[in-house]
Design a protein around this ligand. Structure first.
Ligand SMILES: NC(=O)c1ccc[n+]([C@@H]2O[C@H](COP(=O)([O-])OP(=O)(O)OC[C@H]3O[C@@H](n4cnc5c(N)ncnc54)[C@H](O)[C@@H]3O)[C@@H](O)[C@H]2O)c1
Length: 308
C-alpha cells in the first residue's frame, strides 16, 4: 500500500514510518522540518520518498498525494505553550493546514485517513479520570482547541463526502528522537538536562499528573486504526496517572542520577491532571500498550547516551 505520512520527519512520524516499512508499505513523507529533523529519517531514508514541503501549500500536498491510498496526518504545531503565545499560528497549521489536506484528498485515490489528535489536551480538566472518548471535550489551550476543531472538520468531511477515518487521541508520548530542546515532551527535556548535569524545572509543585505512553505503542495503534473499517475515535495511553514527582523518581532510578529540581509557577494552558481510558482501543482495535514507563525511559536514556 502507498501511504502518505505528513509530519513524518518528526518524533512520532519517524517511528510510524519505521512501523509502516516493517509492515511492507511504500512511504511518502511530507514535512517542512520546522520541528522535524532529517536525521530522524537517516536509518531508512533510501527506502522512502521524502517531499520537503508545507501543508499550507496545496501544490506540495498534490505532489505528495500522487497514487497514495491512505494518509496518516501528524504534521502540526504541537506545543501547548507556543499555542498560548501565538494562537493564530497554531490555528493556521493545525486547522487550515489540515483542511488543505482534507480538500486535496477528495477525488483522489485515498481510501482512508488516520488523524493524530490529542488526548492530553482535548478533555481539559475532566471531573473523572481516566477520561474516556465520551468525556466532554473542553480544552483549556489553543492547541487543544485547534486539534478538536480538526476532529470536527474530519467528521464533516466524512458526513459530506464519505471520507473514511479514524481519530487517535494520544496521551503524553515519549521515546527516542523526541526533541529535548522543545517545549513538549517532559521526559526528553529531563533526560537532556540530566545528560548536561543541569537542574530540572517543574512547573507547579510536581503533583500534576500525565499518562505517559511509549512512541512505538502509538505507531502500532495508528496502523491498527488504519486497518479497521470503523469511522471512530480512540484514546491511546496507558490509563495510569503519573505525577511529575513520581516521574522524576523513575528517571533517577534509570539514570542513577539525582538531579537538582527547580519548582516554577504553573504555566497557562497546562492541565493539572490527565489519564486516558483505553478500553475502546483494547476491545475494538485489539491494541494494548506493550512498554512500561520504566522500560520506555530505559530505551530513551540509552538512545540519549548514544546520540550526538
Ligand atoms: N508528542 C506528544 O506527546 C503528542 C501527544 C499527542 C498528540 N501528538 C500529536 O502527534 C503528532 C506528531 O507530534 P510529534 O510529537 O512527533 O511532534 P513533532 O514536532 O516532532 O512532529 C510534527 C512534524 O510536523 C512537521 N510540520 C509542522 N508544520 C508543518 C507544515 N506546515 N507543513 C509540513 N510539516 C509540518 C514538523 O516539521 C514535524 O516534523 C502531532 O500531530 C501532535 O499534535 C503528540
Amino acid at each position: 500500500m502507498k501511504v502518505l505520512v505528513t509530519g513524518g520527519g518528526g518524533f512520532v512520524g519517524s517511528h510510524l514510518i519505521e512501523e509502516l516499512l516493517i509492515q511492507g508499505n511504500e512511504i511518502v513523507c511530507l514535512d517542512n522540518f520546522t520541528t522535524g529533523k532529517t536525521r530522524n529519517l537517516k536509518s531508512f531514508e533510501e527506502r522512502i520518498t521524502l517531499i520537503e514541503g508545507d501543508i499550507l501549500n496545496p501544490n506540495d500536498i498534490k505532489t505528495a498525494l500522487k497514487d497514495v491510498e491512505s494518509v496518516y496526518h501528524l504534521a502540526a504545531q504541537i506545543s501547548v505553550s507556543h499555542s498560548v503565545r501565538d494562537p493564530l499560528y497554531d490555528a493556521s497549521i493545525n486547522i487550515n493546514g489540515f483542511i488543505n489536506i482534507l480538500n486535496a484528498i477528495l477525488n483522489r485515490s485515498v481510501k482512508r485517513i488516520v488523524y493524530v489528535s490529542t488526548g492530553g489536551a482535548i478533555y481539559g480538566e475532566p471531573n473523572q479520570l481516566p477520561a474516556s472518548e465520551t468525556t466532554l471535550e473542553d480544552p483549556i489551550s489553543p492547541y487543544g482547541l485547534s486539534k478538536l476543531v480538526g476532529e470536527k472538520y474530519l467528521k464533516w468531511f466524512n458526513l459530506a463526502h464519505g471520507l473514511s477515518y479514524a481519530i487517535i487521541r494520544p496521551a503524553n508520548i515519549f521515546g527516542p528522537r523526541q526533541d529535548p530542546l522543545g517545549e513538549a515532551g517532559v521526559i526528553s527535556i529531563f533526560l537532556g538536562k540530566i545528560l548536561e548535569q543541569e537542574s530540572l524545572e517543574i512547573f507547579g509543585n510536581g503533583t500534576d499528573t500525565r499518562d505517559y505512553v511509549y512512541v512505538k505503542d502509538i505507531a502500532t495503534i495508528c496502523t491498527s486504526a488504519m486497518g479497521s473499517k470503523e469511522n471512530d475515535t480512540f484514546n491511546a495511553g496507558t490509563g495510569k496517572e503519573t505525577s511529575l514527582n513520581d516521574l522524576v523518581s523513575v528517571i533517577e532510578k534509570v539514570t542513577s542520577y539525582t538531579p537538582n529540581i527547580k519548582y516554577l509557577p504553573p504555566r497557562p494552558g497546562d492541565v493539572k491532571k490527565i489519564a486516558l481510558d483505553i478500553n475502546k482501543a483494547k476491545s475494538k482495535l485489539n491494541w494494548t500498550p506493550q512498554t512500561t514507563l520504566e522500560e520506555g525511559i530505559k530505551h530513551t536514556w540509552n538512545w540519549f547516551k548514544n546520540t550526538d
